[in-house]
Ligand binder design. Structure first.
Ligand SMILES: *[C@@H]1O[C@H](CO)[C@@H](O)[C@H](O)[C@H]1NC(C)=O
Ligand SMILES: *[C@@H]1O[C@H](CO)[C@@H](O)[C@H](O)[C@H]1NC(C)=O
Ligand SMILES: *[C@@H]1O[C@H](CO)[C@@H](O)[C@H](O)[C@H]1NC(C)=O
Length: 346
């Protein structure tokens, strides 16, 4: 099946008025494309997303509840892949455990699950797990990994990949639906060749449901929230992985503070999408913002709203395109099967 391509030509943001978010003459141009629904039509939210050059992988998460009066909080063990070449979704062997808010990464023919949150919905609590697994793409086999260090289990961390190493910043230790949320500031790295965990300088403040990516030698950690959906943050931080002892550096802040955002890289831009905790009563608690950060200029640019606003998804970037599968469309829930991509327009 060929992806149905819907090119939305986005108007340029008016660049005449002076703006604190760096309007300039050469406003970057981006475009959205709709892709086939995730999982052959099964809505999903709070999953992990990662990619190789040829596939987008979708791990765990939550599904809509058949009984709409019960919030969807049951964890999933599902694992599926979208072929960039064929434009089709395929079911893969399930993850050894059912997780939500998975920290996922793909390196060198393998897909990694480094902790996450678990919960069957019975007591309305998601708890962190240190359990970690690796999937071999060629042999279709899952294996156990050394667990995350004691006290460092978490889901919903910012994730960066550099060489053989997966970096995790912040994350969520525990989430009581409608109650306490324990946000962390710890930063750790897993060496996929050595099978070892190391600790790096902590974030300046706790963050979960936060964006992360490594570009060059820098680990970027953007937005997120601190102890609850509505405590959204606008920070842009980076850590120089060549000199981590220098600690985290603050950069220009996002125009709109957001947690539960999707996050990716296209060209020299970091792009952020949607999120959760919007106080505007017209919004269902979901942000529709698309905001991009020029790494070269240390400037944010507001872009037109997402065509399909959502939160609780994770994006993957492949060859300059950012893929955004699933997500939720109301505060705390509302899984959908939407799948779209965002990229710098040539
Ligand atoms: C849905 O769940 C509610 C709360 O547990 C229960 O009262 C109701 O009977 C359920 N409805 C169905 C159709 O199962
Ligand atoms: C970011 O958030 C802080 C705290 O709410 C606020 O003081 C600051 O003005 C915000 N920055 C921008 C660019 O809106
Ligand atoms: C974006 O969301 C706001 C509510 O927060 C709404 O007022 C606005 O119309 C939305 N924009 C678009 C283009 O849907």
């Amino acid at each position: 099946m060929k992806p149905s391509t819907v090119l939305l030509s986005l108007p340029l943001v008016a660049s005449v008025e002076a703006s604190p978010f760096g309007q300039r003459n050469a406003q970057p141009n981006f475009r959205w494309t709709d892709l086939p629904p995730v999982g052959n039509g099964a809505p999903i939210q709070e999953h992990g997303t990662t990619a190789t050059d040829t596939h987008i992988y979708l791990l765990g998460g939550i599904s809509p509840n058949a009984n709409a009066s019960i919030p969807a909080i049951q964890s999933r063990d599902t694992f599926e892949a979208y072929s960039l070449e064929d434009g089709t979704w395929e079911k893969l062997p399930p993850i050894p455990e059912a997780f939500t808010h998975i920290n996922a990464a793909a390196i060198d023919g393998k897909v990694y699950v480094l902790g996450g949150l678990t919960g069957d919905g019975a007591d309305r609590v998601w708890r962190s797990t240190r359990d970690s697994f690796v999937y071999d793409i060629a042999s279709h086999v899952w294996s156990d990994l050394p667990p995350m260090p004691e006290g460092q289990g978490r889901g919903s961390a910012a994730i960066g990949i550099s060489g053989d190493i997966i970096y995790l910043a912040g994350g969520l230790d525990r989430l009581e639906i409608g109650g306490e949320q324990l946000t962390l500031d710890i930063v750790t790295a897993y060496d996929t060749k050595k099978g070892t965990w190391t600790t790096l300088p902590s974030l300046p403040a706790p963050r979960d449901h936060v964006g992360g990516a490594i570009i060059g030698n820098k680990f970027w950690v953007v937005g997120g929230r601190d102890h609850g959906q509505v405590n959204v943050r606008n920070t842009t931080w980076s850590l120089d992985l060549k000199a981590p002892e220098k600690g985290w550096k603050a950069h220009a802040e996002m125009p709109t503070a957001r947690g539960g955002l999707a996050f990716g890289v296209t060209g020299d831009y970091i792009a952020t999408f949607g999120g959760e905790g919007n106080p505007d009563p017209a919004s269902n608690g979901v942000f529709n913002e698309t905001e991009v950060y020029s790494i070269k200029e240390d400037k944010w640019f507001k872009q037109p709203a997402m065509p399909h606003p959502r939160h609780g998804t994770a994006a993957a970037s492949v060859n300059g395109r950012i893929y955004i599968p699933g997500g939720g469309i109301v505060l705390g829930s509302g899984p959908v099967d939407t799948f779209d991509t965002f990229e710098l327009s040539p």
